[in-house]
Design a protein around this ligand. Structure first.
Ligand code: BGC
Length: 779
């Protein structure tokens, strides 16, 4: 039960049934109901997550009006921030968003979104951080802190398993318990436990056949019961089909309002006895606390520092750019001399965010071409569009006057031939990716790849700069392009950041938070994405993203964690110390090159080789950013808890650490491992009660059951009248019997353990196990 402030009346006790029903659904599209009598203020909500989508007039905005929001700073979307691997940066960005929210009276920002990028096709991948739950939770959690420390609530979304846009409002994500816990709920769990968001948004989809908004297991059992969530669960917009069932499951706030329609359903359900009023009261109390905490000002909101926030957006974007390739080192370009052909409409008409509910009207916009020109002190920068962006206002005619082909293309190729270096901006047109639908391929538009081929034919000094929210295929041409920059969608100040990276005043330091596959078909979820007939079966299990590529030893275009710098880093002296269940992984990192730079040191871990369950080849366990001057060395330290080593056991319905040898690895990417240390870890006691249904192998493995059973076998061997004595001594027989349940073995006439003694044996194991545990606790 939420705690009561004694100065506030209890709304559940003060309000009528009708008022309580009204309070737990929206008053409008982006505002909640207020109750003066119960001292519950209205809360203004705004998308989210990388800037505000504000109604033009003060008050409530229209949900479907994506184009007329009032200006707000458009910070780098999650796809970019994820590549920074820098939680401090994400926290600063969120603090700036919170300052804008406070200035506009917004109490809750609808974000961050921390869903896992299960497939590169998901139309909303630009709004999510990573294919890995740890990266998602570190960046997402930082955003929650940045917002809430400034008094603005976060709405952690979209809980849970909203990993596709296809049929998103109906599809059931069918996920086994282990991947659900280890991959899809993991980031939510970490953020809820550690960063305590004030609200969580329940997603549209179902999980294992139950709509999330009616899913008591997810909304109450796991979220509140296991993780201790004490905030409000709001629905995604329009996600509630059955308000009464939703309330019962633990959903407190239906958004947006339905003009009283579902309030009447709630009233009728309480009156008929179908809904216990206490359930509604609980939602009302939670809502009241949420409304008060999100409207309680932290300091007085100041004027928005538009220029300052643009600057924060630009500094953030600098750390999000990923240098995928630079060989031979073509970058950075010299701003003082030479001729540079900037080619590609995207250099002049940048894409800086994705489409849908997260769309911000920027306060200003840095255009990469202008920024490059502004930074060039002596270099000559000339431009050719090369291609038109479909639907863009600037779309010129692509046909040459003589009808022989594309003049845009020919002009660009001519310019490329005349210039020393080409910077070629390629990427996805806006209509290729958006909330609401998935992509059906990951290729660049054919007109762009044709341009690339033609440019490469006349000039080999080509730098490709990509603008895209979901990954694009680079394999067909990446070998022939010396320099490749992944510029994602970088927010309104991304153009300047890109120019600074290209001309070298900024040293790139982003790392991929998702794998770039050679082909779409290689991606682990491909055979079962996006499902069919209303069900999306997550057939790849825990082997999502790099976990899947590694399991199959698959080649990739660029691996998870990859990203280059204009300097180089050395890794030395890795060691792991354990202290009370915390593994302190430390190593020395040295900037061995000639420029200052930031390195994201990644610590991966691998489970015991003889694990009971399939474990990924490696999993990210932690990471840390170090800024180093040339020649400087510093210690990178990452702490990994014992819990991080656990897998989720379906059989035992809980997290389990197995005993054995665990590997810790330090890498500059998931496929550039520089050092490895192994440690021995003691396992958790098994919660399994041995029965006759356990196999011989399971009995023999059991720390208590094993010796007891072996003793019975030994006794049988000593007893000449028993004939089963040799069974375990024969290696083939032993292997044959290993998978046979003990109750089957007991039925064999020669069995050393008769069926009637099985129960007694199991009891003896249990008694001895309890004794061992008591001794372990020092009782
Ligand atoms: C989206 C949410 C968003 C909400 C409000 C929904 O369609 O899925 O992410 O916050 O609309 O705009």
């Amino acid at each position: 039960m939420p705690q009561q402030n004694p100065s506030h009346p209890s709304p559940a006790a003060t309000l009528s049934l009708a008022e309580k029903a009204a309070l737990t659904s929206g008053a409008g599209d982006f505002v909640t109901e207020e109750s003066v009598a119960a001292a519950v203020p209205a809360v203004l909500l705004s998308d989210g997550p990388h800037g505000l989508r504000l109604p033009k007039e003060s008050g409530d905005g229209g949900q479907l009006d994506l184009h007329s929001a009032a200006p707000a700073t458009c910070f780098p979307p999650a796809v970019a921030l994820g590549s920074s691997w820098n939680p401090e940066l994400a926290e600063q960005v969120a603090a700036a968003i919170a300052a804008e929210a406070a200035a506009h009276g917004v109490g809750v920002v609808l974000g961050p979104g921390i869903n896992i990028k299960r497939s590169p096709l998901c139309g909303r991948n630009f709004e999510y951080f990573s294919e890995d739950p740890l990266v998602s939770s570190e960046l997402g959690g930082a955003m929650v802190r940045g917002l809430q420390n400034a008094g603005v609530g976060a709405a952690l979304k979209h809980y849970a398993a909203n990993n596709q846009e296809t049929d998103r409002m109906r599809v059931s994500a069918d996920i086994d318990e282990r991947p659900l816990r280890e991959i899809y709920l993991r980031a939510f769990e970490r953020v809820v436990r550690r960063d305590r968001p004030w609200s969580v948004m329940a997603s549209y989809n179902g999980v294992n056949g139950v709509p999330v908004s009616e899913n008591a297991r997810l909304l109450t059992g796991i979220l509140r019961g296991e993780w201790g969530f004490d905030g409000v669960v709001m629905s995604d917009w329009g996600a509630v089909r059955d308000r009464v069932a939703a309330l019962r499951a633990g959903l407190d706030l239906q958004m947006p309002g339905t003009g009283g329609r579902t309030d009447r359903e709630v009233i009728a359900a309480v009156e008929s006895g179908a809904l216990d009023e206490a359930v509604l009261d609980l939602g009302v109390e939670r809502l009241a606390r949420f409304a008060r905490r999100t409207t309680d000002p932290v300091g007085s909101p100041g004027e928005i520092d538009v220029a300052g926030h643009h600057d924060i957006a630009g500094r953030a974007a600098e750390q999000c750019v990923v240098l995928l390739k630079n060989e031979p080192a073509l970058l950075p370009l010299d701003p003082a001399g030479g001729s540079v052909a900037v080619i590609g409409e995207l250099a002049r008409t940048p894409r800086f965010q994705g489409a849908g509910s997260s769309q911000v009207t920027p306060t200003r916009l840095d255009v990469p071409l202008d920024s490059l020109r502004a930074l060039a002190t002596g270099a000559e920068v000339r431009f050719a569009a090369g291609y038109a962006l479909p639907g863009a206002a600037t779309e010129p005619s692509a046909a040459a006057p003589d009808g022989s082909g594309s003049s845009l293309l020919d002009d660009a190729v001519r310019l490329a031939a005349e210039s020393e270096t080409v910077v070629l901006f390629l990427g996805l047109p806006a209509q290729d990716e958006s909330e609401g639908f998935d992509r059906d391929h990951i290729d660049l538009p054919a007109v762009q790849t044709e341009l690339l081929e033609r440019v490469l034919a006349v000039n080999s000094r080509v730098v490709v700069v990509l603008s895209n929210g979901g990954v694009v295929r680079t394999a067909p041409w990446q070998e022939r392009v010396p320099a490749l920059v992944e510029g994602w969608l970088l927010g309104q100040a991304g153009g300047g950041a890109l120019a600074r990276v290209l001309f070298g005043s900024v040293n790139p330091s982003g790392k991929l938070a998702e794998t770039i596959p050679l082909r779409l078909e290689d991606s682990p979820s491909h055979p079962s994405f996006p499902g069919e007939e209303g069900r999306s079966r997550y057939g790849e299990g825990i082997f999502v993203g790099y976990r899947g590529f590694d399991a199959r030893r698959g080649e990739v275009a660029f691996p998870f964690g990859h990203g280059l710098s204009y300097t180089t880093f050395g890794y030395d002296g890795m060691r792991v110390d354990e202290d009370e269940g915390v593994f302190r992984v430390a190593l020395t990192v040295t900037n061995t090159g000639s420029r200052a730079g930031r390195e994201v040191v990644q610590i991966y871990g691998s489970g015991p080789a003889d694990s009971r369950v399939r474990r990924p080849v490696r999993e990210l366990r932690g990471f840390v950013s170090l800024f180093l001057e040339p020649g400087e060395s510093r210690e990178a330290v990452v702490e990994v808890t014992r819990h991080d080593l656990a897998y989720f056991s379906e059989r035992e319905d809980g997290w389990k650490v197995e005993g054995g040898r665990y590997g810790f690895e330090a890498g500059a990417s998931s496929r550039d491992i520089r050092a490895r240390v192994e440690v021995t870890v003691a396992g958790d006691p098994s919660g399994i009660r041995l029965t006759g249904r356990n196999t011989l192998a399971e009995w023999l493995e059991h720390p208590v059951g094993g010796p007891l059973l072996a003793e019975r076998f030994a006794r049988a061997r000593a007893d000449a009248s028993q004939k089963g004595q040799g069974a375990l001594a024969d290696p083939v027989m032993r292997r044959f019997l290993a998978g046979v349940p003990l109750d089957v073995i007991c039925e064999f006439p020669q069995s050393p353990v008769p069926p009637e003694s099985l129960g007694e044996l199991a009891d003896a194991v249990e008694a001895r196990t309890a004794e061992v545990e008591r001794e372990g606790r020092g009782a």
